[in-house]
Design a protein. Structure first.
Length: 132
């Protein structure tokens, strides 16, 4: 059976204290109770940057500017395949609020590996940790 490939964009957002925004998936999401970079599915005919800006506005009620592809990783889960594109972004309006996620935290790069990350997000996490 061919697994469906889902294209997902995720925001790597950094605050003025060089901390990265991490989001905890809620118990009723797929891949529950694991951490991720917030974002979502790219709709048909949507470019990556505008998809991410739209998703973050919907999920976190803040405005971001997506500006640079940081990491791309394809991960095969049991029933589907995720093509995860992590994009460096900056908040240009408002403050992120968790509506769909259980919680949001800001963490220094060197502490990112203390969280239990969704498998598809791990390569971006590792790249962030080693980037400094």
């Amino acid at each position: 059976m061919l697994k469906k490939i889902i294209k997902v964009v995720a925001a790597i957002m950094e605050n003025e204290h060089s901390e990265i925004l991490c989001a905890l998936r809620s118990p009723n999401m797929s891949i529950p109770n694991m951490w991720e970079f917030p974002g979502g599915k790219v709709e048909a005919n949507e470019d990556l940057f505008s998809a991410l800006e739209r998703e973050i506005e919907e999920e976190l009620s803040c405005k971001i500017e997506a500006h640079e592809i940081f990491n791309e990783n394809t991960h095969e889960y049991d029933t589907f395949i995720i093509d995860l594109i992590a994009i460096k972004s900056k908040i240009i309006g408002g403050t992120p609020i968790a509506s769909e996620h259980s919680k949001l935290i800001w963490l220094k790069r060197e502490n990112l590996d203390s969280l239990k990350w969704a498998p598809a997000d791990i390569p971006a996490v590792e790249q962030l940790i080693y980037e400094k």
